[in-house]
Design a protein around this ligand. Structure first.
Ligand SMILES: [Mn+2]
Length: 295
């Protein structure tokens, strides 16, 4: 298993000095830094190469997370938006290739967060999503994208994939439509599973060989090890399916900014929000996660 952390743990915006966080992740002992896709289209080719070099020099693998904005919804009822989204992903995958990043995860079949003041068309969003992701998978092959993780989210954030069963069914429909899209996989997150799944262990076992990426965090999104998540059950299930992939913790503990608003953080979840304290908690969580899940 490779263990990582999402940079936004330390940030209030979906952007940041990724080189700074690469160095920090390396110092803390992580294998992976997950970065947000949103800012990458603004990077020059030189900046992308510098970022890749920084990651290589520090022994850090970069993975990419994305909560697609509405304009990049591959399942939009508006054909123009779908076409715009396809171009966005094509450009993003080319940038990821330059970064030597081969994994992306998130609500890539839809957008995030969903505006529930509008009518919801789950069936239409699902069908257009299957079609869009099938093409996304095919495009990804041209750029060496090995994993397009479709993240199963809780009901408050998205309506298309809420359970591992839905994730598996969706991925199977994608692969039926585009058999080459073997890079399209299920992505699970302990925070979301805690809300939706009757059994977290069974959800992981159901995903089985289709599981392509895994996010961790406690029930209130604190770092792993500080809450009541059933880590032994999670470990046993990951072991049962022979999962040896990427496990990225995605803690959010400080309010403020767009991150705080999108994630709904309205209070400090830790008493000491200094960077030094956050670093220490991340290091402890990494040791905890390796101990719990690697064995
Ligand atoms: Mn997640």
């Amino acid at each position: 298993m490779q263990h990582g952390i999402y940079y936004a743990y330390w940030e209030r915006e979906w952007d940041g000095d990724y080189k700074y966080y690469i160095r920090k992740a390396a110092e803390l002992g992580f294998d992976i830094l997950e970065i947000a896709a949103g800012p990458l289209p603004g990077y020059t080719q030189t900046e992308l190469l510098e970022l890749r070099k920084c990651a290589e020099d520090n022994g850090i693998r970069l993975t990419v997370g994305y909560g697609p904005v509405r304009e990049n919804n591959i399942a939009s009822p508006d054909a123009e938006v779908r076409a715009h989204a396809r171009e966005f992903y094509k450009d993003l995958f080319a940038r990821m290739e330059r970064l030597h990043a081969t994994l992306i995860g998130g609500a890539l079949y839809s957008c995030w967060p969903i505006d529930y003041s509008q009518e919801i068309d789950k069936k239409g969003d699902w069908e257009r999503g299957v079609e869009g992701v099938a093409e996304m998978g095919r495009i990804g092959l041209d750029y060496g994208i090995e994993t397009i993780g479709l993240e199963v989210l809780n009901r408050f954030e998205n309506h298309v994939l809420n359970t591992a069963e839905e994730g598996v069914r969706f991925v199977k429909e994608v692969r039926e439509l585009e058999p080459r899209a073997v890079n399209v996989k299920v992505m699970l997150d302990t925070f979301h599973m805690n809300i939706e799944e009757q059994s977290i262990g069974n959800a992981i076992r159901l995903a089985g060989g289709l599981l392509g990426h895994f996010h961790t965090g406690e029930c209130n999104r604190m770092v792993p090890g500080q809450g009541r998540m059933p880590w032994r059950e999670i470990r046993d299930a990951l072991k049962a399916i022979g999962y040896d992939g990427t496990v990225v913790m995605e803690p959010f503990v400080i309010p403020g900014g767009t991150v705080g608003k999108d994630i709904k953080i309205w209070r400090n979840l830790v008493s000491d929000v200094s960077e030094a304290a956050l670093d220490e908690a991340a290091g402890d969580a990494l040791r905890f996660q390796r101990f719990m899940l690697d064995k």
